[in-house]
Ligand binder design. Structure first.
Ligand SMILES: NC(=O)c1ccc[n+]([C@@H]2O[C@H](COP(=O)([O-])OP(=O)(O)OC[C@H]3O[C@@H](n4cnc5c(N)ncnc54)[C@H](O)[C@@H]3O)[C@@H](O)[C@H]2O)c1
Ligand SMILES: O=C(O)C(=O)C[C@@H](O)[C@H](O)[C@H](O)COP(=O)(O)O
Ligand SMILES: [Zn+2]
Length: 377
């Protein structure tokens, strides 16, 4: 049963002046997508981008709703997975948009997880010097994080998300029913970004997750909905305060300096999902904070216990049976977008719910944390 029958959709608003938009959250929203998009369309035309896994599961309901609303549409299906966030796929996507004769008024629609949202948003931001797009996220990760805030991009051989734009969607449509087809490993990866909001500035939310996280992952729709709404509201507040990451938005990067280094080393494949990398990375950031005398060791253990209890990784993976190299991981961090004057800005914490930015990390302490996590793998 759709949880729309239990509760109507709720709407949050991201206030960014003329780039403001709604985030609608509820069950069954795919079937209403055409009608819900209509007010933000410049012409009754859409170009839908999705991936090969999502297409057979959810594309039909979306295109049926576009048909019902009289919105003409083309579709483009990309391969599923992180490797799709590449120059090669960006080129093929832009080519397909141009071949379909998309116009400046055509609405680009991203139906899928964060990979589809990131590359489609990027393509929309440069197509014809910028066209509108709508996010229709179908993973927990994209519903709590990537569909909101306007960060778009692809990975390069130099590192994660190093080429991209800030381009806000015109609407975010979160159909919570799509999560029923999501594999457990992907749900868990998205859950890591939910935990992140608790760690940044909401100890009460973290405590609620300790109580409810397992049920949420097991399919409790009310808990999922509350987690999605709380996460989107938290992200919207930060993005409204600092849209282009001049300051406070960098807190949303908690765990990502470590996590992106792990992802780079794993080659952006199935070995380590983004959310899994963030889980390990957040724990490394907490461990670093504790070793610098900034956070209580008890909070590190509390975080480790919660991540492990729900089934998220707490150590880096091995690559073909071998441990990663700590020095190589540290060297990846030099490509972080938060580097200024050659120095990485880290997101550290004074404890659960008390994250802050720090530019004074002792390289030896950092190296020690990375080496110990690698040794535990
Ligand atoms: N722009 C941002 O602010 C932001 C924030 C967080 C993460 N990200 C990016 O998002 C990406 C990760 O996103 P993700 O975890 O959604 O990965 P993803 O897009 O690769 O989706 C994960 C997998 O689930 C499949 N899938 C998607 N929806 C499904 C469904 N409903 N049922 C069954 N299978 C489904 C996909 O085909 C894919 O295989 C990373 O590239 C990360 O860098 C961006
Ligand atoms: O929206 C943000 O800001 C974030 O940092 C959210 C992150 O979860 C996300 O992974 C983002 O893509 C990372 O951004 P990056 O600038 O470090 O690539
Ligand atoms: Zn992330």
């Amino acid at each position: 049963m759709s949880d729309a029958a239990l509760d109507p959709a709720e709407t949050l608003r991201v206030e960014l002046g003329d780039r403001s938009y709604d985030i609608a959250v509820g069950g069954g929203l795919l079937a209403e997508a055409g009608a819900r998009m209509a007010p933000v369309l410049r012409q009754k035309r859409a170009f839908v981008v999705t991936d090969a896994t999502v297409a057979p599961l959810h594309l039909g309901r979306l295109t049926a709703s576009l048909d019902a609303a009289g919105i003409r549409h083309d579709t483009h299906i990309l391969p599923a997975g992180e490797a799709t966030k590449s120059f090669a796929h960006l080129e093929s996507l832009l080519d397909a948009m141009l071949a379909a004769k998309c116009e400046r008024g055509t609405m680009i629609v991203a139906l899928g997880g964060g990979v589809i949202g990131d590359i489609t948003g990027f393509a929309a931001s440069v197509l014809l010097r910028g066209v509108d797009f709508v996010q229709v996220p179908t993973t927990l990760l994209s519903q709590v994080d990537s569909s909101v805030g306007g960060k778009t991009g692809i990975n390069t051989r130099h590192g994660k998300n190093l080429v991209g734009t800030f381009h806000q969607p015109r609407l975010v449509l979160i159909d919570t029913d799509t999560l029923t087809t999501l594999p457990r490993r992907e749900l868990l990866a998205g859950y890591a970004e939910v935990v992140k909001y608790g760690l940044i500035d909401s100890p009460g939310f973290f405590a609620w997750l300790e109580e409810t996280g397992a049920a949420l992952i097991d399919g409790d729709t009310a808990a999922r909905r509350r987690a999605i709404l709380t996460s989107c509201a938290a992200k919207a507040r930060v993005v409204q305060a600092d849209e282009r990451e001049g300051g406070v938005r960098a807190l949303l990067n908690l765990g990502h300096t470590f996590g992106h280094a792990l992802e780079a080393e794993c080659g952006y494949g199935e070995t380590l999902l983004h959310g899994e990398a963030v889980a390990v990375g957040m724990l490394m950031a907490f461990e670093l904070s504790a070793r610098m005398g900034l956070a209580p060791a008890a909070d590190v253990e509390r975080l480790r216990a919660h991540l492990a209890a729900v089934g998220l990784p707490v150590v880096p993976p091995r690559l073909e049976g071998r441990r990663m190299d700590a020095d190589i991981l540290v060297s990846h961090m030099a490509s972080d977008k938060k580097v200024a004057d050659g120095k990485v800005t880290f997101v550290l914490a004074h404890g659960i719910g008390r994250a802050f930015l720090c530019r004074d990390v002792d390289p030896a302490v950092l190296r020690g944390v990375v080496a110990d996590f690698v040794a535990a793998s």
